[in-house]
Design a binder for this molecule. Structure first.
Ligand code: KIV
Length: 257
């Protein structure tokens, strides 16, 4: 097992795992100082490209962004999302995961899980590719947003799914928008770390879309906390820039040759 993965796993039960998304070097070089894991999430389809869903995102787009993120990542575990349709069968999944790793130098890949793709996790593991699972609200496979695990039937289904993903060889699993009670049961049941998004503080770690928590995505569901309103700060800076150009305050002699 790779040292970075081992170090990540060793933190379970010692302290919470800190995870965030990044789509470019400008952010990953900052995250790298504080995060255990950086995810190049396919949420970039919505956040950067204004797509309604993540469904039509190209593998090449994920690779290009991951290359940039890698430039700023030295210490954190770097995980890249496989876009929908890039892992429709085990052979395709292994071929594309190898391509992502070769082109980007990432440490692991993440797939979203449904009831049918456990064989993908197994095939990746068999090919010595470290894979992270993702259950609950999985935007690649679900049309409508819904929190999950609130009733007994859903809870049993999610527990079974999580257990099977661990057994298939995933090194960690994202729990997205799963009720606190069910997220807790999954976290207690599994040996691998659970990383929550909208799944309360009972998970082994947390992840958010960085653009959301910085307040620049324009999309703030209930589970997002804006840690800063960067949009306001950026806007004020641009206003100041405009004003200083018009008044000829910028560039001054210090900025000129
Ligand atoms: O695509 C993404 O950013 C994700 C995180 C929200 C976990 O999958």
């Amino acid at each position: 097992m790779k040292t970075k993965i081992k170090n990540f796993l060793n933190k379970k039960n010692k302290r919470k795992l800190i995870c965030l998304t990044s789509y470019a070097k400008s952010i990953s070089r900052i995250l790298d100082k504080y995060c255990d894991l950086i995810l190049v999430g396919d949420s970039l389809a919505n956040v950067l490209y204004g797509m309604k869903t993540t469904h039509n995102l190209k593998l090449e787009t994920m690779i290009d962004h991951a290359k940039s993120v890698k430039l700023g990542t030295k210490n954190s575990l770097l995980v890249v999302d496989m876009p929908k349709n890039s892992y429709k069968n085990p052979n395709q999944a292994v071929k594309n995961a190898k391509l992502i790793i070769k082109k980007t130098g990432c440490d692991a890949i993440k797939i979203e899980n449904n009831s049918y793709n456990l064989n993908i996790v197994k095939a990746l593991k068999k090919s010595k590719i470290d894979v992270m699972g993702h259950i609950g609200y999985t935007p690649q496979f679900k049309k409508k947003f819904k929190a999950e695990g609130k009733n007994r039937k859903e809870q049993i289904k999610l527990l079974r799914q999580a257990q099977n993903i661990e057994k298939a060889g995933a090194f960690s699993i994202v729990l997205e928008c799963i009720s606190k009670k069910t997220a807790n049961k999954i976290t207690q049941l599994l040996k691998i770390p659970t990383i929550g998004i909208g799944s309360s503080n009972v998970c082994d770690g947390q992840i958010l879309v960085t653009d959301d928590m910085l307040g620049i995505s324009g999309f703030y569901p209930k589970f997002v906390k804006k840690f800063v309103n960067l949009e306001k700060i950026i806007e004020n800076s641009i206003k100041k820039y405009k004003k200083e150009i018009i008044s000829k305050k910028f560039p001054n002699n210090n900025n000129s040759f």
